[in-house]
Design a protein around this ligand. Sequence first.
Ligand SMILES: [Zn+2]
Length: 282
Amino acid sequence: MRCDCHIHMVLDGMDWRAAIARHAERVDDTWIRETLNTYRKLGFTYLRDGGDRWGVGRRARELAKDYGITYRTPLAPLCKAGHYGGFIGKRYVNEREYAALVVQVREDGADFIKIMISGLMDFDRFGELTEEGLPANEIRELIHIAHEEGLPVMAHANGARTVEAAAIAGVDSVEHGAYLDEDALQAMVENGTVWVPTLSTIGNLRGRGRFSETAVERILESAQSNVRSFAGMGGLLAPGTDAGAWAVPHGSLTEVPLLEEALGLETESVLDRGITALQRKF
Ligand SMILES: [Zn+2]
């Protein structure tokens, strides 16, 4: 039994524009079935999607039943206009619009709300994010509104202050979580936040020649070191590859070995705890 707690069915690990174009006019069932079959053959029984606005994750959830897979999707991820996420999510400009989208995706059958509250790692420059996170009070409101509608929240979040703010606001899971510090890790431990560090998005870049190898190594080491500290503090960790992201094909088995490099013999018991906590919410 395997699970991947962070995938993007709409993407293919190679070319995001071409991948999205495949489904833009009509969702490509054949492609989804092939992908679900790959997961089934590898023994996956649980997939959690990061969402897309074309209905690919939603269709995958319907078809997943045929493959014995529990599939969770936020439908479209929600992102603030002008910030990271617009290529895949639904945009809002203010809190009122966000609240209306939350109600809409809930009525459309979303299993949870996915928010994008920070930029991405710059894989050529250690320590750099492509943009700052949203202000803490705004993050708190986004999470509060989703919880008021009865839905758990998955947050794409990098950077210590962004993750700390989300954890304090009661976010249910943090995705990626690059460049955390002691306070951010502590906030996640205290609030029972599940951290899905998606190490594959970093580790799978090694030796590919697309980014600075030195930067990629440093980013991975810092993430693994935080994973180790977090587990030592009793934090909840779950495996998610971010399958669909560049160099992370569907059915990737890279995440657990990368977590193992950080957690050693504790890996199985740590992940068991994290997965149980995650699946209780999602
Ligand atoms: Zn993702």
